[in-house]
Design a protein around this ligand. Structure first.
Ligand code: SF4
Length: 243
């Protein structure tokens, strides 16, 4: 990341936070654009239940150290709400703010239907956390919590956003997007055998993009961006350049 940042490439890190400590944390704060811990509990017991690791206290200490360190990186946490941690949403947000982080982000698992009672409980909890939002702390709530949809009407002719969400897996495989990163139909090459530029300009990638059947794509977190890009690309008006 330091080498990439030195060449002007913005880098962010999403991590469970357990190893972000000591000198590594200080270097990360100076290098990254953002660091987001996946922390979706407010107690050691719930964290242990969800992650099977008894490292909650260490993660919170790391969050505090990173937030207090010198450097431009924005520090926050991502909280996936489910039936096991919904009761800790408000306490979790207080804990993250108290640790000195810049934000907390609340999300639900995309495309999975939520029981109406649980959904109501989620909305009430995130509503309460909004009181913590101020000039130093942002409470960000992903739109899909409100929508609670398990289906999507695409409304665009092709996927435009895949070009901005390319994924390289640990084994070097390159995938169109995060949601296809384990799906062979979204695999376009491997950086261990070809350069990224070769893969990007290859017939294989072109064929995968051109052959995409959007109806077979999973519930997509980039649905909105695709709709917006297509709308802007086809927007016809005499004063189009002013929009
Ligand atoms: S899941 Fe499909 S629509 Fe969504 S970003 Fe990937 S390729 Fe595009």
């Amino acid at each position: 990341m330091e080498r990439a940042a030195a060449r002007g490439i913005s880098c962010g890190m999403v991590t469970n936070g357990s190893l972000v400590r000591g000198e590594k944390a200080l270097r990360l704060k100076r290098t990254a654009t953002y660091v987001r811990f996946s922390l979706d509990a407010a107690t050691r017991a719930t964290h242990l239940t969800l992650h099977q690791h008894d490292d909650f206290d260490q993660i919170v200490r790391n969050l505090r150290t990173l937030s207090e360190a010198q450097g431009p990186a924005t520090i926050g946490t991502g909280y996936f709400i489910n039936e096991r941690n919904v009761a800790e949403v408000v306490r979790g947000a207080r804990l993250v703010k108290d640790a000195g982080a810049d934000y907390i982000q609340f999300k639900t698992y995309s495309g999975l239907p939520i029981d109406p009672g649980l959904h109501r409980q989620m909305l009430e909890a995130v509503d309460e956390t909004l009181d913590l939002s101020d000039q130093t702390f942002d409470v960000h709530i992903a739109d899909r919590i409100f929508e609670n949809h398990s289906y999507q009407v695409r409304g665009y002719s092709r996927c435009h956003f895949q070009a901005m969400k390319t994924v390289i897996n640990a084994d070097g495989s390159v995938y169109l997007c995060a949601q296809k990163r384990t799906n062979p139909s979204g695999r376009v090459g491997n950086v261990l055998t070809s350069s990224l530029a070769e893969i990007w300009n290859s017939a294989t990638r072109r064929n995968v993009v051109d052959g995409l059947n959007l109806l077979k794509c999973p519930y997509c977190v980039h649905d909105r961006q695709n709709k917006m890009i297509e709308y802007l690309a086809h927007f016809q008006t005499p004063h189009r350049g002013f929009y």
